[in-house]
Design a protein around this ligand. Structure first.
Ligand code: ADP
Ligand code: MG
Length: 687
């Protein structure tokens, strides 16, 4: 097989290197899994064993290169020290890919890391791709391949799972057995010494049997490549992602606000969301949301319609959905009238639709309300709450399934999810709903988490990166920071709205320049290594005459030692915003926007994206800020020209992406006054 990924998931012949009949040995477990009649693997299985010629009824050979060709996939369970030579045999046998289950490599220390390096060097030299080492293995329900530690194959379905640890490979099996979740492929990548997530995602993105991709990330080495791969898939196929291992770790030594406010976890989240992935916070939700997206379309809006036989559960679900940023809007008069005609007089058609406890009419009322909501423009998703009696009645499940089928026939593409609160005795009805493709989440909390997970962000294609380079300031201090006048000049040259400024080197020059500039003015001491100027009393605002400017200059020299000062006209009062940029070792250039000023770290109200972005993405960033309400004008201040600011933000992101000599950038604050934006402070660190 020419494509190693085809060979990995649909091999014609699999060899277990280290196959065994001894119970308890990995070689026996893998052999049994591969030949298990329940799995029904369609290819051939052979063993590699020093002496045996047959193991559990399959032929065995002393070495891989003595086995008949072709061997598409080698599953290796032999001790770590054997690996380089086993991989060499794989190369000689022309096996395109090896899954190395064996542990004892980089995860154990320096010695293991060296052995892992040697193994990978061999694999590269032999043209063999390597999954692992130290991994759980791979599964494909289509080809019946269980080359993993899983005790069985999960049911067939559209979810493919890419994970680092094997734990969720096991969990997939149990959720499949208990919840009917269907899987297509599972790949656990272990140490990811060669094959990584992006390699597998690219294949699954094009795999017709994979309808949803579930991704569990622990570590990450090439964030930008992963971002680009996911972004290329999500316009046509949902990707659900969980990143674990989010401990803040060592505090970043951060002299810029941007560095301080863009933790690794925040960047990963921003990148996954920007790439269009559905973000979840735990492994249970990863599988639940993925299975839901295999059964139902994503939620493309915020409005949820609820039908319930319990007012209390409806209220709780409404609260939880709203806490997730979703909405349960009052229905239009026409829709209310339509729904009310099927309810008793004391029922409520408002939303949540309350069908009351009139249980004899449950099937008719649930059916009619669900269908009316599914086919209206009032809501983007529909959630029947089935609580106790309604859940226990098979007729209710049937009525919902029939209403669902009728609304799909009528062209409805809204997701339908059931909120399930019922005793085990009702499980048969739940299984019926699941089999009809309707997810049933446990309790309002599980339902709200799942709905938030299936909500899709509109795909925003990134602009083409600019390639023009930018000449960087030449002078920098020992840590790489450019002087303020040079940084300002560079921004002005790029066309950004920086405040006019002048450098003064004496008290009398300060007085003279102030008169020229017009009052009020602002004076800032310029000293090497002086980062947050206002912390050191190095910013004086509201200077109203030449004498005040001269006095401020003298005061700086007295307290901070001799040196020049930067003078600016004082910008009219306004909202202080921050725009920042930083180059992350894994994700490359990132852009930040948020509430700025001197209290920026305290409010921590920022949004991040990978640069470059366009104005649409910039608007999306601004909509994600808590301070967005201030944009509408606040306590007499005029509303902000948000559109103009979004363009400024996008332009800065594109310029920063191309200005590869700038490692870190803080424009803080950008003072916003109606439609005017003035950059009054800049920090720029050169690479
Ligand atoms: P630093 O961030 O190093 O402390 P800044 O230059 O950002 O110094 O100034 C601190 C604060 O002073 C700003 O957040 C802003 O409130 C005010 N300020 C600075 N320059 C101006 C200006 N030209 N016009 C109006 N206010 C200013
Ligand atoms: Mg500042």
């Amino acid at each position: 097989m020419s494509d190693w990924r085809e060979a990995l998931f649909s091999p014609r012949r699999v060899a277990i290197v280290g196959a065994s009949e001894t119970p308890g040995k990995a070689g026996a477990l893998f052999l049994r899994n591969l030949i298990s009649p329940e799995a029904g693997f369609t290819g051939e299985v052979i063993g590699v064993h020093p002496t045996a010629t047959e193991l559990m009824g399959v032929p065995a050979f002393p070495r891989l290169d003595a086995a008949p060709a072709p061997v598409d996939l080698a599953v290796v369970v032999t001790p770590p020290a054997t690996l380089p030579s086993v991989i060499e045999d794989c190369g000689r046998a022309k096996a395109p890919v090896a899954v190395v289950v064996t542990g004892g490599f980089a995860e154990t220390g320096a010695e293991g890391a060296a052995l892992q390096r040697k193994t990978i060097e061999t694999a590269r030299a032999q043209g063999v791709r390597l999954v692992g080492p130290n991994c759980f293995g791979v599964i494909s329900t289509q080809s019946g391949l269980n080359a993993s530690l899983s005790i069985g194959l999960p049911k067939k379905g559209g979810v493919s799972l890419v994970t680092q640890s094997g734990a969720y490979g096991m969990a997939a099996y149990s959720r499949s057995m208990d919840e009917g979740m269907g899987f297509s492929k599972i790949a656990a990548l272990g140490n990811k010494a060669d094959v990584d997530e992006a390699d597998i995602l690219a294949y699954l993105g094009a795999d017709p049997e994979t309808r949803v991709i579930a991704l569990l990330l622990e570590s990450l080495h090439d964030g930008r490549r992963l971002f680009e791969t996911i972004a290329s898939i999500t316009p046509t196929k949902p990707v659900v992602a969980l990143k674990t291992g989010r401990h803040p770790g060592a505090q970043r030594a951060a002299a810029s606000h941007t560095a301080a406010l863009s933790s690794d976890a925040a960047i990963v989240d921003a990148a996954l969301r920007q790439a269009g992935a559905h973000l979840v916070e735990d492994g249970f939700s990863l599988l639940e949301v993925s299975a839901s997206l295999d059964r139902q379309p994503p939620l493309r809006g915020k409005k949820v319609g609820i039908v319930t036989n319990s007012g209390g559960a409806g209220v709780e679900l409404t609260d939880l959905l709203e806490a997730q940023g979703l909405a349960v809007p009052v229905l239009s008069a026409a829709l209310q009238e339509k729904i009310a005609s099927t309810l008793p007089s004391y029922g409520s058609p408002v939303n949540p639709v309350d069908v009351t406890t009139d249980w004899a009419r449950f099937p008719a009322m649930y059916g009619a309300s669900v269908e009316a909501l599914m086919t209206s423009d009032d809501v983007d998703a529909v959630v029947p709450v089935l609580l106790q009696r309604s859940a226990l009645m098979p007729e209710v499940a049937e009525a919902i399934i029939a209403a669902y089928a009728r609304s799909r026939d009528a062209g409805s593409t809204k997701p339908l999810h059931v909120c399930w609160v019922a005793p085990k005795a009702a499980d048969g009805n739940r299984a019926r709903l699941l089999a009809a493709g309707i997810p049933c989440h446990l309790w309002p909390a599980g339902t709200a988490t799942a709905l938030a997970g299936v909500a899709a962000r509109p795909a925003i294609a990134p602009p083409k990166p600019a390639i023009v380079g930018t000449a960087a300031p030449k002078r920098r201090d020992a840590d790489g920071w450019a002087s303020a006048p040079e940084a300002f000049a560079m921004l002005a040259q790029a066309g950004f709205p920086v405040a006019p400024f002048a450098i003064v080197s004496s008290a009398s020059a300060a007085a003279a320049m102030a008169k020229e500039m017009g009052f009020p003015i602002v004076l800032k001491a310029e000293r090497a290594g002086l980062t947050h100027k206002s912390d050191k009393g190095a910013v004086r605002v509201g200077l109203r005459d030449g004498d005040a400017a001269a006095q401020a200059f003298i005061d700086f020299e007295r307290r901070l030692g001799p040196g020049p000062a930067l003078m600016q006209p004082q910008a009219p009062p306004g909202l202080e915003l921050v725009i920042g940029g930083r180059r992350d070792p894994s994700f490359g250039p990132i852009i930040l926007v948020g509430l700025g000023g001197v209290l920026i770290e305290i409010f921590n109200d920022v949004a991040l994206r990978l640069a470059p972005i366009d104005a649409r993405e910039a608007r999306d960033m601004l909509e994600g800020l808590k301070c967005r309400r201030l944009f509408q004008g606040h306590r007499g201040a005029p509303p902000l020209g948000v559109e103009k600011f979004a363009h400024l933000l996008a332009d800065v992101s594109q310029w920063f992406q191309a200005a590869s000599s700038i490692a870190e950038l803080d424009l803080n604050p950008v003072i916003a006054d109606g439609d005017r934006y003035t950059i009054v402070d800049v920090r720029m660190r050169l690479a």
